[in-house]
Design a binder for this molecule. Structure first.
Ligand code: GLY
Length: 315
């Protein structure tokens, strides 16, 4: 018997200011609509999460694709992962600078490569050889983010002057008021399979070559039909240390509900490594979990009976 599809998306977890809420809700709702069209016509969860993430990569509201945060050198460097819960096949790209939609390249890796992960120039070469056009890094940069980086670096320089010995280029992301607009999606299709995808521009002012959690299997993204599909957002380094997406999926494999497991993941992130962020989770029974330990997280979900979107998820 066909399964009823379910789709959940997120667009970042942080202290999002009021004036940014509408754009975030619109963005996740658009992504939900695109992914849902895929599920409705009977296509796979994998196709659905790819399409949902592409919409958010194309939306400058988010830290993914064009409009992403800039690294220390003023460049966009993108990471993405997609994973199929039915086969455990995965495709990831890291530190790419010339791809508008890194999740499309990740999908090509999943579908057409014996490897799982490509970084930098090799990832871009793989994408180009598989029909994905490259763009200029400038095409991914928007004035808002040039200004954002300039302000941030000026603040750091000032802090450095008043606290001698601080590193001007200290790793960014520790502060929950700093935006974390990584995007992601998890889906259940009519065949009963689940999938997950996550895409990001990483943290503001990151060191060139710094790879976050988003594109690492089990950290920013995970999918296994035997447990759950999960996508995280937030400050990458703590999430990586806990392999948080897999940690959460394991709780579900042990018999816990996604809703409880997502909340536990956020408690664990805070208590164990003082991390902040958010997570979306979905199992094959169509149960969902959405949780964050930041003041806000953009999220949306749709089932055959219900659709909701918001920026606060009460536990
Ligand atoms: N979660 C996105 C990053 O830290 O790269």
């Amino acid at each position: 018997m066909p399964t009823d599809p379910v789709l959940v998306v997120h667009g970042g977890a942080w202290a999002m200011p009021d004036e940014m809420v509408e754009a975030h809700i619109r963005g996740v709702t658009n992504a939900l609509a695109a992914g849902w069209r895929v599920l409705e016509r009977g296509s796979t969860a994998l196709d659905a999460v790819e399409e949902a993430v592409v919409i958010m990569e194309d939306d400058e509201t988010f830290d993914a694709g064009r409009g992403s945060f800039l690294n220390r050198d003023g460049k966009v460097q993108l990471d993405a992962l997609i994973m199929d819960g039915a086969t455990l096949r995965a495709g990831g790209v890291g530190c790419v600078e010339h791809l508008r939609n890194p999740v499309r390249a990740a999908r090509k890796i999943l579908s057409e490569s014996p490897h799982v992960y490509f970084v930098g120039e090799g990832a871009e070469r793989f994408a180009a050889e598989h029909g994905i056009p490259l763009c200029r890094n400038e095409d991914l940069i928007i004035p808002r983010e040039v200004e954002h980086l300039g302000k941030y670096q000026a603040e750091l320089a000032q802090r450095d002057e008043s606290h001698h010995g601080n590193d001007l280029f200290a790793p960014s992301g520790e502060d929950a008021t700093i935006s974390h607009d990584t995007v992601g999606a998890v889906a259940l299709d009519r065949h009963g399979n689940i999938a997950a995808a996550t895409s990001t521009g990483g943290t503001l002012n990151k060191a060139p070559g710094r790879l976050g959690d988003s594109s690492l299997i089990g950290c920013g993204c995970y999918a296994d039909n035997e447990s759950a599909a999960a996508s995280t957002t937030g400050w990458g380094e703590p999430i990586m240390k806990l392999v948080l997406a897999k940690w959460t999926a394991d709780r579900i494999a042990a018999g816990n509900l996604p809703e409880w497991s997502a909340q536990e993941a956020m408690n664990y992130l805070k208590q164990r490594v003082n991390g902040h962020g958010g997570i979306i989770v979905l199992n094959r029974e169509g149960h969902i979990g959405i949780a964050h330990n930041t003041p806000r997280m953009a999220w949306a979900y749709k089932t055959v009976k219900k659709q909701e979107a918001g920026v606060v998820r009460e536990s």
